[in-house]
Design a binder for this molecule. Structure first.
Ligand code: GPV
Length: 828
């Protein structure tokens, strides 16, 4: 019982908070239920039990966390700071159990208490602190950093309201505000003493100090507090427990006593409300957010707190900031935190009195920048007047950075073809704007894209001038996803099947999956593989029935497209194919075909009318197709509502076919494509983003390729694209579009889908019609293979066996070697 431990208090018995056998866990769960929540078993709800288990797991993380902090400090390790406006971490209980390796023990402890772990897992609200790929990537990287024993802090915003919940009403998306903190968050530790004051607005004053130095004082209009909230991130099978440190905005004084004393109660709380607004809500992306003052304030708020926290940590050990960049590598996750370049200069020069040149050297060796998109509308710029209003000192600093940069550029480029104007951080115009990507490039020593094709296109197009200037700064790091959450946790059956054959080494060394190829000719193994997929599909079919009331046959081919809704991702191409199949059945009632279930899921940005219309179309077509007696079980179309991390984990394992059909050159990488493959789906896809590399490793005979290349897309666009030409030339395409336009799917109201059809015929910016025929052809090849189940299974196994490259462990190793120059620091 009196197990020794040598943390801070050698004699303290912490066994009940560290022990991991079922008996100890059972007692700990009961203790937490009673002492933290004031509940006892007779009256505890499933959510109470969930929280008691969560606290029990967190206790076991906290010891490792303290030990980790001590180790990093003692070893003076260089740390990675991942600056990101989004961390889409998803539910934590399941992945923490998996990473700690105590799932079986907790399950046993709970069953002794009459509780079912699976029921409790369902209780956890999802921390939806991100929109999609970019935020989820940051979460996968946090998992890999800890697993690889790399000292790291994730810095971001503790949004009170994460991404909205999607409800479907009459086929239309309705946004419901997220309340993930409503019942409390057992995973976070608030740190009220770790608070920074963040200035906003006001003006600057330049003066000369007693020693004759030029100094700048920023007199803000208001001050907001940033309070740290820490979530421990534990690695798989290691003791390293890193930190996700999210900042919550609070008012400096929760009460204005002067206003209160004069009787104006409302004025007294007004300032508090205004301050706290900064971390209130996550902006749903794809929307025009430039011009939103609050969004800029959010970006500056979390960046300022994070940099000052890094400086605080640094000065605990070092006399000054001249070697700050040796202690920290700061990654800018897209341009959302790019104001960090100016803020670090302000902190070093104004507050720590460094000279400009050494300060610049420190800053540019600290930062590196990841670009996640080529879409011009997603490249952030802030209008200068707005920036001036919120961050007057930063405008001065950005001008100074730009002046020095422009001097350098004129010498280096001789302004060939107007390169100077394009490289400038300031965009001319009325009003002038600050280009955040340019600021990030100038202030970073490394710039990377997220897939090979994406990086090449960045170099050739969006960041071409910067590439000409500094080719050595550019490199590629293809994205990856964590196999712990997206295989081990979410697909336990396939995981067990794999481990039974090749051991558990794949969990931290995903290339080991190649060992599965040796079992390809084992008929028993293929049989098991099919059975597992089948069981996963049955589970999803059950869930679909609960959520959508649609019956689907698990024997059918499950074809899935689940991701944010966007025209460039071309959910409408997918829907045109479903309507085409429907037409084929109507025209030939005895048609024999591979029975298919098409599943779509994803959220549309609230202000993106066309994306919302796609959702309506999916429901409208589904409603007609699914109840048509003539169709029967040959074809179903289901929209899975509220696609989020939790739901994703139940969808990937059940997919046969993964739809990755974006217009070539538009999807920077994609990460869902990797998760589907890892779970044994074959991909039908274009040569876009990471699809290119997935096809390379799984083999082109195990991938259904179709469509124009990125080059062909550009070529067609420059030579004049006429979508109507494809409409006129393809009878099936015409029939599908005409049927939608006729009002057949909208109770005779032809107007409903008119904007969608008109847009395709007149503009079709993402060339859906040009790729339609090739897509249908590739889908026929899918059907042919589906008719040979054993061959399909072989290809499914091969996809998994060869997908090792797309582990986020590989991606993080590349960042560590090529960009961050950090080494593992194991914790005993
Ligand atoms: I910029 N991405 C995203 O989710 N949100 C954004 O604001 C931006 C990019 C995505 C890309 O669209 C994906 O192709 C990519 O896989 C993902 O970022 C992670 O790199």
């Amino acid at each position: 019982m009196s197990q020794q431990n040598n943390l801070d208090h050698p004699k303290l018995d912490l066994h009940s908070r560290t022990g991991t056998n079922a008996d100890t866990l059972q007692r700990a769960i009961l203790d937490n239920l009673f002492y933290i929540q004031g509940r006892f078993p007779d009256v505890a709800t499933p959510h109470d039990w969930y929280q008691a288990v969560a606290y029990t797991v967190r206790d076991r993380q906290l010891h490792r966390w303290v030990k980790t902090a001590q180790t990093y400090k003692k070893q003076k390790s260089r740390s990675v700071c991942y600056l990101s406006a989004e961390f889409l971490i998803g539910p934590m209980l399941g992945s923490n159990l998996v990473n700690l390796g105590i799932e079986d023990e907790v399950r046993e402890a709970l069953s002794a208490l009459g509780q079912d772990l699976d029921v409790l897992l369902e209780q956890e609200p999802e921390p939806g602190l991100g929109n999609g790929g970019l935020g989820r990537l940051a979460a996968c990287y946090m998992d890999s950093l800890a697993t690889l024993e790399i000292p790291a802090i994730g810095y971001g915003i503790r949004y009170e309201f994460g991404i909205f919940h999607q409800r479907i009403e009459n086929g239309w998306q309705k946004e419901i505000s997220d309340q993930w903190l409503h019942l409390g968050n057992p995973w976070e530790v608030p740190r009220p003493l770790l608070t920074f004051r963040v200035n906003l607005g006001g003006h600057t004053e330049h003066y000369t100090d007693d020693h004759g130095n030029h100094r700048v004082r920023w007199e803000p209009e208001r001050v907001v507090l940033g309070v740290a909230h820490d979530t421990p991130i534990i690695g798989y099978g290691v003791n390293n427990t890193n930190l996700l440190r999210l900042w919550k905005a609070e008012a400096e004084q929760s009460f204005d006593f002067e206003a209160f004393n004069t009787g104006d109660y409302y004025a007294a709380v007004e300032e508090k409300v205004k301050s706290e607004t900064i971390s209130k809500v996550l902006y749903p992306n794809d929307e025009a957010i430039s011009g939103k003052t609050l969004r800029l304030e959010q970006q500056y708020f979390f960046v300022s707190c994070s940099l000052r926290d890094m400086i605080r940590i640094h000065l605990q050990q070092e006399p000054d900031l001249s070697n700050f960049h040796e202690k920290f590598a700061a990654q800018l996750n897209d341009t959302h935190p790019a104001i960090a370049v100016a803020e670090l200069m302000r902190l070093l020069v104004d507050e720590h009195h460094m000279d400009w040149n050494p300060a610049w050297s420190v800053a540019s060796r600290t930062f590196s920048y990841t670009n996640h998109t080529l879409l011009p509308e997603a490249l952030e710029t802030w209008s200068l007047p707005l920036l001036q209003q919120v961050l007057p000192r930063h405008v001065e600093i950005i001008y100074e950075i730009n002046m020095r940069f422009m001097d350098q550029v004129r010498v280096l480029t001789h302004d060939v073809c107007g390169a100077v104007t394009r490289l400038s951080i300031i965009e001319e115009g009325e009003p002038k704007r600050v280009r955040m990507a340019n600021l990030a490039c100038v202030g970073s020593h490394a710039i990377n894209g997220v897939a090979a094709l994406h990086t090449e296109l960045l170099k050739k197009t969006t960041l071409n001038d910067f590439h000409n200037l500094w080719p050595e700064k550019f490199l590629n790091v293809t994205n990856g996803v964590t196999p712990r959450r997206f295989l081990l946790l979410s697909n336990p059956k396939q995981s067990k099947l794999i481990s039974d054959r090749i051991g558990e080494g794949w969990i931290t060394d995903l290339e080991k999956l190649r060992g599965l190829e040796a079992h390809l000719d084992d008929a028993g193994f293929r049989e098991d593989w099919r059975r597992v997929k089948r069981e996963n599909k049955e589970a999803l079919a059950k869930l679909l029935k609960e959520r959508t009331y649609v019956d689907v046959d698990p024997q059918s081919l499950f074809s899935v497209q689940a991701k944010r809704i966007h025209e460039y991702k071309r959910q409408h191409l997918h829907l045109l194919y479903v309507v085409t199949l429907y037409n084929r059945i109507i025209n030939n009632p005895n048609l024999s075909m591979a029975p298919r279930v098409h599943i779509l899921g994803g959220k549309a940005a609230p202000g993106y009318a066309m994306a919302k219309l796609f959702i309506k179309l999916a429901h409208a077509v589904g409603e007609m197709v699914n109840r048509d007696q003539m169709v029967g079980d040959r074809l179903k179309l289901v929209f899975f509502p509220n696609f989020n991390v939790k739901n994703a984990q139940r969808i990937y394992p059940a997919a046969d076919l993964s739809e990755q059909i974006s217009t070539a050159g538009f999807e920077a990488s994609g990460t869902g494509n990797m998760k589907f493959s890892m779970n044994g789906a074959l991909t039908i896809g274009t040569l876009d983003g990471a699809n290119v590399e997935i096809r390379e490793v799984v083999g082109d005979e195990n991938f259904f390729l179709f469509g124009m290349t990125a080059e062909e897309v550009v070529h067609l666009k420059t030579n004049g694209y006429h979508p109507r030409h494809y409409y006129d030339g393809n009878a099936e395409l015409r029939a599908a579009m005409d049927l939608i336009a006729s009002g057949y799917f909208s109770h005779g109201e032809a107007d409903v889908f008119k904007p969608l059809i008109d847009n395709l015929l007149e503009h079709d910016p993402f060339m859906v019609l040009a790729d339609y025929e090739a897509y249908c052809h590739a889908q026929s090849q899918v059907d042919d293979l589906w008719a040979q189940p054993d061959l399909w299974t072989r290809k499914s196994i091969l996809n998994v066996a060869r997908i090792g490259k797309f582990s986020s462990d590989r991606a993080i190793r590349e960042y560590c070697e090529k960009i961050w120059k950090v080494q593992p620091t194991p914790v005993d």
